[in-house]
Ligand binder design. Structure first.
Ligand SMILES: Cc1cc2nc3c(=O)[nH]c(=O)nc-3n(C[C@H](O)[C@H](O)[C@H](O)COP(=O)(O)O)c2cc1C
Length: 362
């Protein structure tokens, strides 16, 4: 059990890759928020398959339906249930190889945990497809955060070891129009070539996504266990393929001196701010009013075209595996809107806990 996230804005994820559908239920969404299916669809379309070189071969419409919690175009305060029905669900490739544990996937761990009763088709609930539900919940969270001017953004900063140069905020806001959701056009060209090369070699690439939250007021976060870092990291690690999360200077801080890492305080237009932001906007698990910055490491796509060694769990013997199903050579761009959604979900929960957002939006 562990499919719900958040204390006051509680998001429950459901569904499997090749089942009837995938979606979320949000309990605790304030009443009175204007909400239409198009608001949610707009966000879901950002993570859609089928765009450019890095994308999966699974092509489907991903049309959002709001089943409950909205009346006369406003939230009612009751659970908001949103679903996308699965349509393009050819599972034949998975049937043939269902006993073969795909390296880098959750096949083995899920088998051990659920005694083999798990839906293995397309990775079941471990599929990247469940993140469409995260993005649906994120769309609602973003609208709620908009009422207090908080904005969450994300962009690709590295793929296959090719790093983008530091981006300006206006450029980050426009990454949805770029092929890899990266603000650096020169780096994008190199990343695209690297992805194509890896794909040609039957391989895959990983990368790094930066998440940013702007205008988060100082003082949100619930020490000692529900710190902002802790809750954000928990949400980000729920994204399949995420293997690392660091805030501000992150692991680089381990190599710094205190004199380099400390962010000096300074008054700016009547407000306390810091000159640098090595803390990534969080001190003591509480927001300090600076932008929250987080870097998320995404591993290379586990499904690769090359023959791999594995074990047949029915026969309990070593075998060779060739994956013929649909897979992305790099999933980083598709995970970018998911990172922004996760930031929004957690910040919305904490904003409600800090009573910055009321129970009824007027
Ligand atoms: C948006 C998104 C799409 C994904 N698509 C694929 C895919 O096409 N092929 C694949 O092998 N893994 C894909 N993954 C990653 C796997 O779901 C994930 O690596 C696997 O379930 C094991 O979980 P873990 O990497 O978190 O340990 C995707 C992940 C995300 C976030």
């Amino acid at each position: 059990m562990g499919n719900s996230l958040g204390k006051l804005f509680t998001v429950t994820s459901f569904g499997e890759s090749h089942g009837r559908g995938i979606g979320v239920v949000i309990d605790g969404c304030p009443a009175g928020l204007p909400l239409a299916e198009t608001d949610v669809q707009k966000e879901v379309d950002k993570r859609r398959a089928g765009r450019g070189v890095a994308s999966t071969r699974r092509m489907e419409e991903d049309r959002v339906e709001i089943l409950s919690g909205v009346f006369n175009n406003r939230t009612t305060g009751t659970p908001v249930c949103m679903i996308i029905w699965n349509k393009d669900t050819d599972a034949s490739a998975y049937e043939r190889t269902k006993a073969l544990l795909r390296p880098g996937h959750a096949d083995y761990t899920a088998f051990m945990k659920y005694g083999g009763f798990n839906d293995y088709r397309g990775g079941g609930q471990f599929s990247g497809r469940i993140t469409a539900g995260f993005v649906m919940a994120g769309a609602v969270a973003k609208k709620l955060l908009g009422t207090i001017k908080v904005e969450t953004l994300a962009h690709t900063v590295e793929i296959g070891g090719i790093a983008a140069k530091t981006a300006t905020l206006p450029a980050v806001r426009k990454v949805d129009a770029t092929p890899l959701k990266c603000a650096d056009a020169d780096a994008t060209a190199k990343m695209l070539l690297a992805i194509e090369k890896a794909r040609g070699e039957g391989d895959s690439l990983g990368g790094i996504i930066e998440g940013i939250a702007l205008n988060v007021p100082a003082g949100i976060g619930e020490p000692v266990f529900d710190t902002l870092e802790g809750d954000l990291a928990k949400a980000l690690f729920a994204i399949p393929a995420v293997k690392g999360v660091e805030f501000g200077a992150g692991f680089a801080a381990a190599k710094m001196r205190g004199s380099e890492n400390n962010d000096p305080f300074v008054m700016k237009r009547g407000r306390i701010t810091t000159i640098t932001n090595n803390a990534g906007g969080i001190l003591g698990g509480i927001s300090n009013g600076m932008p929250i910055t987080v870097r998320v490491a995404v591993k290379p796509t586990p499904s690769i075209g090359r023959p791999q060694k594995t074990v047949d769990i029915e026969k309990m013997e070593d075998v060779g595996l060739e994956i013929v199903g649909r897979h992305d050579a790099c999933i980083v761009p598709r995970a970018v809107p998911v990172v922004a959604a996760m930031l929004a979900i957690v910040l919305c929960d904490h904003a409600l806990r800090a009573q910055l957002i009321p129970e009824v939006i007027k």
